[in-house]
Design a protein around this ligand. Structure first.
Ligand code: ASN
Ligand code: ZN
Length: 321
């Protein structure tokens, strides 16, 4: 609610300035150049107070802390993808400053978007390593911010799994964009390199083969399904938001690899159009999202390969369009 209030106030101020000054007031209000990131990385020093102490601001040279530098670079890569490929100026589309806190808590084995900023733990070193290691995880957390400002998908059940999946999709695209990879070259893993050496596994999730990212004594087996036949009904994890996201994740993988080339160019554009197009309900179910991707593919590319690839991808994972 706080966020909504802040946004309303922001919009009001922006409109007022626009009418008075007669020019777009975003830059005036923000005090910054549009189209340039404004990053700040903070260090929580293993505490839980946010944001912590400032460690690196926009334009400052890298320091000694590799975690700080990875977070800074990941914020930049995410900003670049959204701006250059989708014409979006930061998370909110209006140049929102990008804040991240690293070294959060002790042995903290997660990363999250708290509604205002990103937070990264160092992992416990036994099972998980430093969460800034994976640029797709940085992108995943920032994409939660984009979703919050756009479709605002409810974080429960299928709409929650779509929220998670959208974050994995854009997380994967940010990694591929950073590495200049085509859909065929990409590993389609989320969080590769985050698991400690003793863990039997490669990543947190696989979009290519959901359910195969790890199989370990401590972690158990990756619970993700790839198709609706294996949909998991559970009350845990907000109704399986990190579990059933495997299904829309796999649909994106299928669409992107069928099309080939850079996944952010066509498949990514279609998913972005759906996320930001204003037709996606907060409580959207898989079939709602799927139907909108078909519509978006037709709207942007006509009756071509994109439409076929997207339609077939959903068909293969058992989601009606
Ligand atoms: N890393 C997790 C995520 O972004 C944290 C959470 O469960 N919200 O999905
Ligand atoms: Zn997430």
């Amino acid at each position: 609610a706080r966020r909504t209030l802040r946004r309303d106030a922001y919009e009001r101020t922006r409109r007022r300035l626009t009418t008075v000054v007669g020019a777009p007031a975003v830059a005036t209000l923000a005090g910054a150049e549009p189209g340039k990131p404004r990053r700040t990385v903070y260090d929580a020093g293993h505490g839980t107070d946010l944001p912590g102490e400032k460690a690196r601001g926009e334009g400052e040279e890298p320091g000694q802390d590799a975690t700080v530098n990875r977070a800074y670079a990941g914020l930049g890569a995410t900003f670049d993808l959204f701006l250059k490929e989708f014409g979006r100026d930061s998370i909110d589309g209006h140049g929102l400053p990008l804040d991240a806190t690293v070294h959060y808590d002790r042995d903290y084995s997660n990363a999250f978007w708290n509604g205002e900023q990103m937070v990264f733990g160092d992992g416990d070193g036994e099972i998980f390593l430093d969460f800034t290691i994976a640029v797709d995880v940085i992108g995943h957390e920032l994409a939660h911010g984009v979703t919050q400002y756009t479709a605002n998908l409810d974080y429960f059940g299928q709409s929650g799994a779509l929220n998670e999946s959208v974050s994995d999709v854009f997380g994967a695209l940010i990694k591929q964009y950073t590495l200049g990879q085509t859909a065929e070259e990409a590993d389609w893993l989320i969080g590769a390199g985050l698991l400690a050496p003793r863990v039997t596994g490669t990543a947190l999730r696989s979009m290519k083969e959901p359910g195969t990212a790890y199989d370990d004594d401590v972690l158990g087996k990756d619970p993700q399904p790839a198709t609706m036949d294996d949909y998991v009904r559970t009350g845990r994890d907000n109704g399986g938001v990190h579990i059933n996201s495997g299904i829309p994740n796999h649909a994106f993988y299928l669409a992107a690899t069928t099309l080939g080339g850079h996944a952010w160019e066509r498949a990514g554009q279609i998913w972005y159009d759906v996320l930001t197009g204003g037709e996606l309900d907060q409580n959207a179910q898989f079939t709602d999202f799927a139907t909108l991707t078909v519509k978006a593919a037709r709207a942007r590319y006509g009756e071509g390969a994109e439409l076929v690839a997207v339609t077939k991808a959903w068909e293969r994972v058992g989601v009606r369009t």
